[in-house]
Design a binder for this molecule. Structure first.
Ligand SMILES: Nc1ncnc2c1ncn2[C@@H]1O[C@H](COP(=O)(O)OP(=O)(O)OP(=O)(O)O)[C@@H](O)[C@H]1O
Ligand SMILES: CC(=O)N[C@H]1[C@@H]2OC[C@@H](O2)[C@@H](O)[C@@H]1O[C@H](C)C(=O)O
Length: 406
């Protein structure tokens, strides 16, 4: 992990659009050194904005998740289109925080993942891992006049890593604590957890994708309760009963027992998965709200099961801090509290402890971009399984006005 102890006070923008495809998160941050921590930095969020994707853009992005539909013309067009939307989101958040674009060192843009296949494929003797994020950084750089860093994940994959999760790098720098062992559980489309042991050195941090976050719930709600696209507040699940047979079927997925490091995505828990559940539902005459209650329980179970499997043998955590959109699903939180009670782990939302989790991933890509600009390694090798540290991210430069980047 690159040392950040010499961080300069810097302004950056981070852009994230996640696997739920709900919209673009944009954060403008001020990065400063935090003298009391060895690798410490402080990231003050100056402004944060979420811009939902228009429904027609969202459905065009969804078309790209099926590789047979994702023809090069569609991918190429969406790559440029998203570049425009990301640039607008960046300019808007910069306007909101009152800074001029010239004051921003760089924009870190995650892009939209349309394909993620971290398992190794051997082709002609080459060990290939692959992941695709789109949203052209050349467009972002040229619309904003700010260097834009994108395509973070592939550098980690080039040295054998999963290319995910990447947020633990920033979580370690921002949230590690001398006395408390914390579990930072993000519940977006996919669920992912970062384990920050008390007083951990960078080598002791670990993280992995726990499995589905809201992806299965969203997929089923969209099919069974259209035009709803999510179970707002967890109210549908709260009115349903768990179907034991369905839960057992869902728990059989091999992902839950795969060894670390591991990451996953829509390829495993996306459209095809929801379609299979609907088939089972129709064959068994299950009620729609019971199916949603069961999918919600699966997410909670996958998080608790992974705690018992990978974390509890090494660390007793005090807190499970929930962030991401799933933290608004009250039924999911109740299920998590019930399942974690026997382990003596308190389940809180990040908001409960005074931090804004909505901005976390966007902030993370701003911090990663800072390290790219300084040519400092920014992958966490024991998290991704990469064989060595690398500088992730590709820089797109805007037209260079004299004096601007000297
Ligand atoms: N009020 C709410 N009630 C219930 N669920 C909600 C609510 N708000 C958001 N969500 C869920 O959270 C999801 C969005 O979460 P988030 O923005 O953290 O995901 P993401 O960043 O796209 O995903 P990932 O972290 O996997 O990349 C929505 O699709 C929905 O399922
Ligand atoms: C390939 C990809 O986009 N993965 C996402 C996804 O969403 C959550 C989880 O799966 C995590 O692995 C990752 O995102 C976050 C930002 C990460 O890299 O840490």
């Amino acid at each position: 992990m690159g040392s950040s102890s010499k961080v300069d006070v810097t302004y950056l923008v981070g852009l994230m659009s996640g696997t739920s495809v709900d919209g673009i998160d944009a954060a403008a941050i001020k990065l400063s050194p935090s003298p009391e921590k060895e690798f410490g930095i402080e990231a003050e969020v100056l402004a944060f904005e979420n811009t939902p994707f228009p429904a027609h853009v969202r459905s065009k992005i969804f078309e790209l998740f099926d590789p047979s539909n994702a023809t090069v013309d569609k991918v190429g067009t969406m790559n440029m289109w998203l570049g425009e939307l990301y640039a607008q989101a960046a300019m808007s958040v910069i306007g909101k925080c009152g800074l001029a674009p010239q004051q921003i060192l760089a924009i870190g843009s995650h892009g939209q993942t349309i394909y993620h296949a971290p398992e190794e494929k051997v082709m002609d003797g080459y060990n290939l891992h692959c992941t695709v994020q789109i949203g052209e950084s050349a467009v972002i750089a040229n619309r904003t006049g700010i260097p834009c860093i994108s395509d973070f994940r592939v550098a980690d994959m080039a040295v054998g890593g999963q290319g995910a999760p990447l947020v633990p790098f920033t979580e370690y720098l921002l949230f590690s604590h001398p006395e408390k062992t914390s579990l930072l559980q993000n519940i977006g489309g996919i669920g992912n957890v970062t384990v920050l042991p008390a007083n951990a050195s960078p080598e002791e941090v670990y993280a992995y994708d726990t499995g589905p976050g809201n992806m299965i719930i969203d997929g089923l709600v969209s099919r069974l309760f259209a035009p709803m696209t999510m179970d707002t507040g967890g109210e549908i699940a709260a009115g349903g009963q768990i179907i034991d047979e369905l839960l057992k079927w869902m728990q059989q997925d091999e992902y839950y027992t795969m060894p670390l490091p591991k990451s996953t995505g829509r390829e495993r828990f996306g459209e095809q998965y929801a379609a299979q559940v609907i088939q089972l539902m129709e064959a068994n005459n299950w009620k729609a709200e019971d199916v949603i209650a069961t999918a919600t329980r699966l997410t909670a179970w996958s998080i608790a099961d992974s705690y018992e499997r990978y974390i509890a043998p090494k660390h007793q955590a005090q807190q499970l801090l929930i962030g991401g959109g799933g933290s608004y699903n009250q039924k999911l939180l109740r299920d998590l509290r019930q399942l974690f009670a026997p382990y003596g782990v308190q389940v809180l939302t990040q908001e409960d402890v005074g931090s804004n989790s909505d901005a976390k991933e966007a902030v993370a890509f701003a911090v990663l971009a800072y390290h790219t600009m300084k040519r400092l390694p920014n992958n966490v090798t024991q998290v991704t399984g990469a064989s060595r540290p690398v500088v992730m991210g590709k820089i797109a430069w805007p037209y260079q006005q004299p004096g601007r980047f000297e």
